[in-house]
Design a protein around this ligand. Structure first.
Ligand SMILES: *[C@@H]1O[C@H](CO)[C@@H](O)[C@H](O)[C@H]1NC(C)=O
Ligand SMILES: *[C@@H]1O[C@H](CO)[C@@H](O)[C@H](O)[C@H]1NC(C)=O
Length: 500
């Protein structure tokens, strides 16, 4: 009990300290500006010279919507400097007094502790050779390239790791929804830099002289490594973020690391007690087709009504694709063909999707697929037939504004789908197309990351889970009567069934 109170007090103290700090920073800055105002213009005030531009800028930001997180950091201080002409001291003081805002700025960047794991778990899988004792590449000089082709679909692990490394280098102007911290006690979450999808894609084969595939060996090592860490023991793994975007990645380790937060493409191959929307995060695939830059097409200039190009599966959802093929094959303005979009097919598929009004996204052997993200990048209104699909960022994004959802049972009724699609007229379609052009940035991957790109959106989705996981961790500490016990990992982990 004593520790709990102590930690609560600690939290309050920390928060009020930050408030106090923000207030005094603001006061200092504004008094400084008034001095400047009398001596000359502030053109030499560069963003970096502001002591804590992040907090100030956040307070200045009134429209904190979906992704208020890092406007400030991507152009640190800018808003403050620009705003200075119009904002007077009184107004600024009033704003700092707003406790809510103070609390918000407290949360702005997700603080992430990343294990310095052996490169065999991450960049080593990309054939990067560490020099000396270095665990990480020096990204100021070289960024190990990621293999192209289909591997890229599941490359979120690579982008998030690079983003954390970049967050420590002031000269790299990334958006910083997340910042790396070196002290795990000060972190919101613990990031596990295992490139599990790459490990699955490249090293699943068991070679003749091996007993197990490298992918399996790495997973076993990972479980041993994680479960022996103080950080893991302290939280039972609940504040750990593990990437398993490829549906087949982490196949054996997932059953042992289930308390952690997974970043996944869907829950198709997970029992609900191992992965679920309460604790886990859905990340988009990296789209394969070309983005439609400067799209000036319209309803009438896209000749194909409905487009589908995809693999045919014999199992699971495969029969739906077959059935739909029979239902749609005689419609003249429908393109429906089988065959996965391989490397050489990309530009053909790009042309196809760029010239279609609607693009079908049918569940395959998993509920999710790359097709949806290809459609979004093409501004081709997605028609989703996948009852179990999970969508990235759905807590902040209303997909019904730019996607059509059809239940599988309806889609399989004679003429249902084609009549539905034909009933959507130019005006409605154009609204959805407009919205697609607005949201497409949420699905783009950049290095350095940009405001509201996929990397930043994922960090924000992770950040949204933090309060709930902290509550769970704190509850488990209720009866751990000594700090020592907590650190030694005397925490008992309940069975997955009772846990969430
Ligand atoms: C890590 O952070 C905690 C909490 O802020 C602090 O008590 C501890 O001294 C820090 N450890 C190091 C090595 O700085
Ligand atoms: C898109 O439009 C901008 C501005 O008009 C132009 O600078 C850019 O080159 C265009 N990009 C492509 C790929 O056409």
């Amino acid at each position: 009990m004593v520790e709990r109170n102590a930690s609560t007090v600690g939290l309050i103290t920390k928060r009020s300290l930050i408030c106090l700090f923000t207030f005094s920073s603001l006061f200092l800055i504004f008094s400084w500006f008034s001095v400047l105002g009398s001596t000359g213009r502030n053109h030499f005030v560069t963003s970096n010279s502001l002591p804590d531009s992040k907090y100030v800028a956040e307070i200045d930001d009134d429209n904190s919507k979906v992704s208020n997180l890092n406007k400030a950091e991507s152009s640190p201080g800018n808003r403050v400097i620009l705003g200075n002409n119009g904002v007077d001291e009184e107004e600024a003081t009033a704003k700092t007094k707003d406790e809510c805002r103070c609390e918000m700025s407290d949360k702005t960047s997700l603080r992430v502790y990343m294990y310095d794991m052996n490169p065999e778990f991450h960049f080593g899988l990309l054939d990067w050779k560490p020099q000396g004792n270095h665990v990480w590449p020096d990204i100021r000089t070289t960024i190990p390239p990621y293999p192209g082709g289909l591997n890229l679909q599941h490359s979120i692990e690579y982008w998030l790791t690079l983003d954390l490394l970049a967050s420590e280098i002031p000269i790299i102007p990334n958006a910083r929804a997340a910042i790396r911290v070196r002290n795990s006690s000060e972190a919101d979450i613990v990031f596990v830099p295992f490139f599990s999808s790459l490990s699955y894609n490249r090293f699943s084969k068991v070679n003749p002289h091996q007993k197990k595939s490298r992918n399996n060996v790495l997973q076993e090592k990972l479980v041993r490594f994680l479960t022996s860490q103080t950080e893991w023991k302290r939280s039972g793994g609940r504040d750990h973020v593990i990437l398993a975007h490829h549906p087949n990645s982490m196949l054996s380790a997932r059953m042992k690391l289930w308390p952690a937060m997974f970043i996944l493409s869907d829950f198709g191959r997970y029992p609900p007690n191992i992965a679920n929307i309460e604790k886990d995060v859905i990340a988009p695939y990296k789209h394969m087709i070309r983005s439609y830059v400067n799209d000036s097409s319209d309803f009438d200039s896209r000749p194909t009504l409905l487009y589908f190009q995809g693999a045919i599966y014999r199992k699971d959802g495969g029969f739906v694709r077959q059935e739909l093929f029979y239902l749609l094959r005689d419609e003249k303005d429908v393109h429906f063909s089988f065959g996965s979009v391989q490397k050489d097919g990309v530009s053909k598929a790009s042309r196809g999707m760029h010239s279609s009004k609607f693009c079908l996204n049918i569940a395959g052997d998993t509920p999710s697929s790359n097709r949806l993200f290809d459609a979004i990048a093409s501004h081709c209104v997605p028609v989703i037939i996948s009852d179990e699909i999970e969508l990235p960022y759905e807590d902040v994004l209303d997909y019904s504004q730019f996607c059509i959802f059809v239940r599988t049972s309806d889609a399989l009724k004679e003429k249902f789908l084609i009549n539905l699609v034909r009933s959507i007229k130019k005006e409605k379609w154009t609204q959805m197309w407009q919205r697609l052009k607005e949201v497409e940035k949420f699905y783009e991957f950049h290095y350095p990351s940009k405001e509201d790109d996929a990397i930043q959106m994922i960090w924000q989705a992770v950040a949204h889970k933090v309060p709930a996981l902290k509550r769970k961790i704190h509850r488990t500490w209720r009866f751990s009567h000594s700090v020592r016990g907590r650190e030694r990992g005397l925490l008992s982990v309940p069975s997955p069934r009772n846990f969430w």
